[in-house]
Design a protein around this ligand. Sequence first.
Ligand SMILES: Cc1cc2nc3c(=O)[nH]c(=O)nc-3n(C[C@H](O)[C@H](O)[C@H](O)COP(=O)(O)O)c2cc1C
Length: 171
Amino acid sequence: MQNLKESDAISLSAPFPYVLVTSLDEKERPNAMGVAWVTRTSFEPFLIMISIDRRRYSHQGIQMHKEFVVNYPNIDQADAALICGTKSGRDGDKIKLAGLKLVDSVAVKVPTIEGVTVAFECKVVDQFETGDHTVFVGKVVGTSGNPEKSKHLYVSSKFKLFGMEGDADSA
Ligand SMILES: Cc1cc2nc3c(=O)[nH]c(=O)nc-3n(C[C@H](O)[C@H](O)[C@H](O)COP(=O)(O)O)c2cc1C
């Protein structure tokens, strides 16, 4: 074992799943941001948490409407997904810019991204500050997806997006 710089240690722990979190802004316009800090955190109730920098435009929307959707983009959506992780909805409609389409969610007002491998619709049940981010804890109230598009996105240590297979029985 050797001592490592923080940045090297983080690189060695890659890859990370890469999701698009959809939300509504104060005028109820949909937005989508790229998020790598996402994890399931309880079986029952089914909870997912995301860690969001307080400066993100999405942060205010999630805080206001208390809903978000965690979308796992499929491999064919990589270019669009990167746009959502590098541009801000504060400056315009990046969903349109990225060429992504939205569909109604089952149980929340926030829309789901069409064609994603899987989407988890969440209602915020808790939130807390953690250093320079806010953790939003979402109770999953609806799920949808495309099992035939099972290869979804991960981010490598070099910030490159790539696809890996899920293993749903129906895929
Ligand atoms: C690979 C990757 C992972 C990211 N992960 C996170 C994350 O976990 N939390 C976060 O707050 N921002 C994360 N970001 C940055 C946001 O996606 C980015 O700042 C985005 O432009 C915010 O959009 P918004 O201002 O419309 O909310 C990530 C970006 C990339 C490219």
